[in-house]
Design a protein around this ligand. Structure first.
Ligand code: ADE
Ligand code: ZN
Length: 332
C-alpha cells in the first residue's frame, strides 16, 4: 500500500535510546576480558546473563544496567558499543537517532567525561559517513543522584556544549519527581539545550505534569502513565508534546502488563485517535529483547494497527525530532 511504501522509502528516526542499554551480553563479556575486569560483572556465562534479564520493576533492571557499565573503561569501549548499535540501527532503517548517555554512570567510577564522550561521538561521526545515519546526543542526569550532582554534571558538560543537543532526566523515577531538578533545567534552557525527561514511566501522571509545567520539556520520555489522567492527555494532544514510547521496555518492566491487555490496547488507540504525537523507540534494546523495528512490529501486532497509523507513527518520529526544520521536512 501507499503508506507502507513511503515508510520503506523514508525510514525512521529513533528518539529514546540509552547507548549504555545497547551493550549486548556478547560485547559485555568481550570488553570484560579485554579490560581484565571479568570479576566485576555478576555473571559467569551468557546463559547466566539471559536468565538474569527477567525484571520485576524499573529498579531491578537499573541495578543490572549499571552493573554492566563496569566493563566500559576506554574510549575504544565506548566506540565499539556505539558502533554496534549504529549497525543495528542501520539494519532497522533508522536514518536519524537521538541517543542518551549517562555521564554520571561513568564519572562516578573514575572514567573521565571526555573518554566516554569522545568514544561515542567518534562512532556517531563515522556513522554519518559510512551508514548515512545522522544523530544528536542528549546527556541525561541520573535522578537518584540528586540535583547538586546534576548541576555539577551540567557544568562539566558546558565545554562540549556545541556537540550536545539536549539534556534529559533518567534512572529511578519514584521518589525523584521532576520538581527537584527545576533549577538545573532552567540553566540548561538558558545555555540553549533542548529539554526532555523520563516521566510517567513508573511514576504517576503528576510527574508528567511537573515535567511539562516546571521543567518545560520539549518531549516526554515514556509518559504512558498519562493514560490515567484525561486532562493531561487532552493537554499533551493540544500542545502536541511528543511522547517517546518504548513498548517492549514497558512490557519487560511489567508496567503495561499490570493493565489487562484489552484495556491497554483500547487506551493506546484512544491516545492515537486523539492525535497525540506518539513515537516508537527501543529504550535499552540489549536488555528488553529488541531494537526499534521489533518495537514497531510488537505494537502493530498487539494493537492491530493499520498501515495508515503505522505511517503516522513514522512521521511522528521526524516531527518530534530535534532536526532543523529544513532537514525534517525532507522526511515528511
Ligand atoms: N536508564 C536507562 N533506561 C532507563 C529507563 N527505561 N528508565 C529510566 N532510566 C533508564
Ligand atoms: Zn529510557
Amino acid at each position: 500500500s501507499q503508506p507502507r511504501a513511503r515508510v520503506a522509502a523514508v525510514g525512521r528516526a529513533e528518539l529514546h535510546l540509552h547507548i549504555e542499554g545497547t551493550l549486548e551480553p556478547e560485547l559485555l563479556f568481550e570488553l570484560a576480558a579485554r579490560n581484565e575486569v571479568l570479576e566485576k560483572i555478576p555473571y559467569k556465562s551468557l546463559d547466566e546473563v539471559r536468565a538474569a534479564y527477567n525484571f520485576q520493576n524499573l529498579q531491578s533492571f537499573l541495578d543490572l544496567y549499571y552493573a554492566g557499565c563496569a566493563v566500559l573503561i576506554t574510549e575504544q569501549d565506548f566506540y565499539d558499543m556505539t558502533w554496534a548499535y549504529l549497525e543495528r540501527a542501520a539494519a532497522d532503517k533508522v536514518v536519524h537517532t537521538e541517543i542518551f548517555f549517562d555521564p554520571q554512570t561513568h564519572t562516578s567510577r573514575g572514567v573521565p567525561f571526555a573518554t566516554a564522550f569522545q568514544g561515542i561521538t567518534k562512532a556517531l561521526k563515522d556513522a554519518e559517513a559510512k551508514l548515512s545515519i545522522s544523530s544528536h546526543i542528549i546527556m541525561c542526569f541520573l535522578r537518584h543522584l540528586g540535583s547538586e550532582s546534576a548541576m555539577a554534571t551540567l557544568q562539566e558538560a558546558l565545554p562540549y556544549k556545541e556537540q550536545i543537543k539536549g539534556v534529559g532526566l533518567d534512572s529511578s523515577e519514584l521518589g525523584f519527581p521532576p520538581s527537584l531538578f527545576q533549577e538545573v533545567f532552567q540553566l540548561a534552557a538558558k545555555e540553549g539545550f533542548k529539554l526532555v525527561a523520563h516521566a510517567g514511566e513508573e511514576g504517576p501522571a503528576e510527574y508528567v505534569w511537573e515535567a511539562v509545567n516546571l521543567l518545560k520539556v520539549d518531549r516526554i520520555d515514556h509518559g504512558v502513565k498519562s493514560i490515567e489522567d484525561a486532562s493531561l492527555c487532552a493537554h499533551l494532544s493540544k500542545a502536541q508534546t511528543p511522547l517517546t514510547v518504548c513498548p517492549l521496555s514497558n512490557v519487560k518492566l511489567s508496567f503495561v502488563t499490570a493493565l489487562p491487555d484489552e484495556q491497554l490496547v483500547e487506551k493506546l488507540q484512544v491516545l492515537l485517535r486523539q492525535g497525540m504525537c506518539i513515537t516508537i523507540n527501543s529504550d535499552d534494546p540489549a536488555y528488553f529483547g529488541g531494537y526499534v523495528n521489533a518495537n514497531y512490529v510488537f505494537l502493530a501486532q498487539s494493537l492491530g494497527l493499520d498501515a495508515e497509523t503505522l505511517y503516522q507513527l513514522h512521521r511522528n518520529s521526524f516531527i518530534a525530532s530535534f532536526l532543523s526544520d529544513d532537514v525534517r521536512d525532507k522526511y515528511l
